[in-house]
Design a protein around this ligand. Structure first.
Ligand code: PHE
Ligand code: NA
Length: 438
């Protein structure tokens, strides 16, 4: 749809926006990245830091993007011009670059998940879930599945049928929750369950104190990645919201549902890892496949369960990938007068090529992942926070719309000052640690 139209299309139903935003948020970040970060950062200590970060930084930062999107009714690059501060449009450009990089390896991981969906039908990974991952995660076949996933994503975006995907989200999120709860029940019966829960849920505050310079940036990166913050997706989606919606309420729901899915995924992965004797963190990006794959192999009806589980995760990944590609495509359409199908084809081809090294080597993939999540997304959030807190004058007014109060209401004022100082300091601090550690 043309983003410069005078009367802009709005989300048709009350749920439209929430569905699209949840579709973007819930994805590989929850099911794949989250368990792998927990394992790498020592378990429950990371979980605590991550939950804190989502609650006290993630949600208010999401509102920052909502404010830019809804008040400008533009894509993340043109939004700044529209709000009278074109000199800040580099934030949008940075978002586009970040989007290219994230989508390039996101599609590779989604390719692995697609492969596991089919492999469930034959039981190919049932013997050794971890070893199978080693065979399929890097090499020409991984490039092939990366291509397949990118083509499907591109076809949906080229045809402009994202609305169909929003409807799929309505089915997907409940289906994912049901499948996860079933797998959790199975994992609960395992020998290693108690150890898994202990590792995942019982934080050692000494560990946090000793390792906070590594845990904090990892938690921040995971929070921004999983909430789709720092590259303009939430600006874009919020540009279609009506003024009578309460942004804070919607943001809270999105963050809550997203966090629920992550927590449940961990409740499957860690009991299984302790049962099969794999040390958490040792599997790196293969953690999910060893953990959940190992569980699926054992449950009754494993072929069907595996097919459904990985199939649903593929759809979750698709709705997230679409949200990233849409930012890139709408930028090209609005700024270079290219047609949607051409823009989508060209951009997807570039994303595919950029992703090839990640499909050939999981080390390259984890490097792309760490750099984008821990450096580029926090940088995007940091700059948008400065803009909304200190440059744009109507931030509190925009947030207040739909809440029944005005810009001088307690919540909008508190939020604005909270954005201006504490959030700016914390995110700035994360960037400094990362810049020195990465
Ligand atoms: N939030 C998505 C996930 O958790 C990934 C994503 C990151 C989507 C950044 C859009 C922008 O899988
Ligand atoms: Na997520």
């Amino acid at each position: 749809m043309a983003l410069e139209e005078v009367t802009r299309e709005k989300w048709a139903t009350r749920l439209g926006f929430i569905l699209a935003a949840v579709g973007s948020a819930v994805g590989l970040g929850n099911i794949w990245r989250f368990p792998f970060q927990v394992g790498q950062e020592g378990g429950a200590a990371f979980l605590v830091m991550y939950l804190l970060f989502v609650a006290i930084i993630g949600i208010p930062a999401m509102l920052v993007e909502f404010v830019v999107g809804r008040s400008s009714e533009r894509n993340p690059i043109n939004a700044f011009d529209r709000l009278g501060h074109g000199e800040w449009r580099f934030i949008g450009i940075l978002g586009v670059i970040t989007g290219f990089l994230i989508l390039s390896y996101y599609s590779v991981v989604a390719g692995w998940v697609t492969r596991y969906t089919f492999a469930s039908l034959t039981g190919a990974y049932f013997g050794e879930a971890g070893a199978y991952f080693g065979q399929i995660s890097a090499g020409p076949a991984a490039v092939g599945f990366h291509a397949l996933f990118m083509v499907v994503t591109a076809v949906i975006v080229a045809a402009g049928i994202q609305k169909g995907i929003e409807m799929a989200v309505k089915v997907m999120v409940p289906a994912l929750l049901v499948l996860l709860v079933g797998l959790i029940a199975y994992a609960f019966t395992l020998e290693g369950a108690a150890q898994g829960y202990e590792y995942y849920l019982s934080p050692d505050f000494g560990v946090i104190a000793a390792n906070w310079t590594s845990i904090l940036p990892a938690a921040a990166g995971q929070a921004f990645f999983t909430l789709s913050l720092g590259m303009g997706v939430m600006i874009t989606y919020a540009s279609y919201i009506d003024e009578d919606r309460n942004l804070g309420v919607d943001g809270g729901w999105i963050a809550f549902l997203n966090t629920l899915v992550s927590i449940l995924a961990g409740l499957v992965v860690f009991p299984v890892l302790f049962t099969i004797g794999t040390e958490p963190g040792s599997g790196g990006p293969g953690e999910l496949f060893a953990g959940v794959g190992g569980a699926i192999a054992q449950v009754p009806g494993s072929r069907l369960v595996g097919f459904l589980f990985f199939g649903v995760v593929t759809i979750a990944a698709l709705s997230s990938a679409i949200s990233i590609l849409e930012v890139l495509v709408s930028y090209a359409i609005d700024n270079y007068s290219i047609e949607r199908p051409t823009a989508t084809a060209v951009i997807s081809a570039i994303v595919f090529v950029v992703g090839i090294p990640s499909a050939m080597s999981t080390d390259v993939l984890t490097l792309f992942d760490a750099t984008t999540a821990q450096l580029l997304l926090p940088l995007g959030v940091f700059l948008t926070v400065i803009f909304v807190g200190w440059v744009y004058q109507d931030s509190a007014k925009e947030l207040a719309k739909g809440t029944g109060s005005d810009a001088s209401g307690t919540l909008p004022v508190l939020w604005l000052w909270y954005v201006r100082i504490p959030i700016l300091i914390v995110v700035g601090f994360v960037l400094v640690i990362n810049a020195t550690e990465l």
